[in-house]
Design a protein around this ligand. Structure first.
Ligand code: CAP
Ligand code: MG
Length: 430
């Protein structure tokens, strides 16, 4: 049997996905001299039971019976249903090795993008989901309504542990709720993890006492998995409430292991998405941020970077709104190529907007994404001409103004820190 005929057997337009099937939407472009049906069949085959030639070990009939089924091809999009038994419950690496593995490299496919997934109940329930969720984080910080605000200690790398702690302290006393490490700061010779954690957490308590507000330190534990667990345990010993992790560079297995450890450590898990652009940026090839965000929710980060639409990173408003809805709501409706989802008892994830932000962006961010967001600015705080403490004050002032419905320029007449920020970076009025 020709390769092509074999692949075509994975097409079944009469198939109605079962409730317990996983459904994947792919955007695809067939390879040279390959029809759309052949290409779609190849995706379904290679991501489930098939391969390029007829086998002697199993009949094609049985392979396609237990395999994935192409049930819809519309324009450049194909929908494929996967029987849940093709996946190992609780094993995100295996799930990705199936629906996000070999298929990206097949010659039958010119380009391929995994756009969304409808997760079956059995698979959803095999992951822990967020431990705290939005409600839990708001309770911990005692901030009921307004967006949370924070900063990333800058420069990204280079400060000593003591200098790092001092910058964090200035940001906290200036009014920010959270301070995080940068995604590539872990334990370098100039700023070792343990020393940084000890110095910074000591000043966190000091800032709490002086301000009467809860202050959180999202210390980056990103490392080889066993080392990550040691670092998270060390943060717990110091009485810290958070751990930060780069969810993609540690890999799904590392993230799952860290999330498991959180059950005992009860630390809030902040997910940074460094490296996502390698997968999400090309609209025709890779994996959508929507799928990565759903995966992070399933495994169980409490907070996740989703983009800003207005800052320095790419990502359009429409896409980011869709991601925010998908990680913060319980029932997600079908919207464009986003599939409907019922997240059931899986808690929501706090959406984090960060990247090239400054106080002048805050009214637009709240208008676009609502109040259940965490707004973080690195350069937009530490680049304030009046310094970090003023930069932090300016962020809070911009949030307070927006919550009161006051125009930033008006508000800045009373607050020199906000005025300094607006004079330097202007503001967005959409
Ligand atoms: C922001 C940031 C964050 C980006 C990540 C940075 O700093 O610390 O890592 O927000 O992007 O290193 O660029 P600035 P995203 O505020 O100085 O830009 O949130 O889109 O994943
Ligand atoms: Mg960063």
């Amino acid at each position: 049997m020709s390769v092509v005929r074999g692949y075509l057997r994975y097409i079944n337009f009469d198939y109605k996905p079962k409730r317990e099937d996983m459904v994947c939407v792919f955007k695809f472009k067939p390879g040279k001299d390959i029809s759309k049906k052949e290409a779609a069949g190849a995706i379904a085959a290679e991501s489930s039971t098939g391969t390029w030639t007829k086998l002697t070990t199993m009949s094609l009939k049985r392979m396609t019976k237990i395999g994935a089924k192409v049930f819809e091809i519309k324009g450049d999009y194909v929908k494929i249903a996967y029987p849940t038994d093709l996946f190992e419950l609780g094993n995100m690496p295996q799930i990705y090795s199936s629906i996000a593995g070999n298929i990206f490299g097949m010659k039958e496919i010119e380009t391929l993008r995994l756009v969304d997934i409808k997760w079956p109940e059995k698979i959803k329930n095999s992951f822990k989901g967020p431990q705290f969720g939005i409600k839990g984080v708001r309770k911990l910080l005692d901030v009921k309504k307004r967006p949370l605000c924070g900063t990333i200690v800058k420069p990204k790398l280079g400060l000593t542990s003591k200098e790092h702690a001092k910058v964090a302290y200035e940001a906290w006393v200036g009014g920010l709720d959270v301070v995080k490490d940068d995604e590539n700061l872990t334990s370098q010779p100039f700023n070792k993890f343990k020393k940084r954690a000890e110095e910074t957490i000591k000043l966190k308590w000091k800032a709490e006492k002086e301000t009467g507000e809860r202050k959180m330190y999202m210390c980056n534990v990103t490392a080889e998995t066993n080392e990550m667990l040691k670092r998270a345990r060390f943060l717990k010993e110091l009485g810290n409430e958070y751990a930060m992790v780069d969810i993609l560079t540690v890999g799904w297995a590392g993230l799952q292991t860290l999330r498991d450890e959180m059950k005992d450590l009860k630390l809030v898990l902040h997910g940074h998405r460094a490296m996502h652009g390698a997968l999400t940026r090309n609209p025709d090839h890779g994996i959508s941020m929507l799928v990565l965000a759903e995966t992070a929710r399933l495994i169980g980060v409490d907070q996740l970077h989703v983009g800003t639409a207005v800052g320095k990173m790419e990502g359009k408003k429409k896409e980011i709104v869709s991601i925010v809805e998908d990680i913060e709501k319980k029932f997600v409706t079908k919207k464009g190529h986003r599939l409907a989802e019922n997240w059931g008892k899986i808690k929501p994830v706090f959406a984090v907007c960060s990247g090239g932000l400054h106080p002048g962006h805050i009214p637009t961010l709240i208008k676009y994404f609502g109040k259940d967001i965490i707004i973080q600015a690195g350069g937009g705080v530490h680049g304030n001409p009046l310094g970090t403490r003023a930069g932090a004050k300016a962020m809070r002032q911009a949030i307070d103004a927006t919550m009161k419905g006051t125009n930033l320029e008006e508000y800045a007449k009373k607050y020199k820190e906000l005025k300094a920020a607006l004079d330097k970076w202007g503001f967005l009025n959409v």
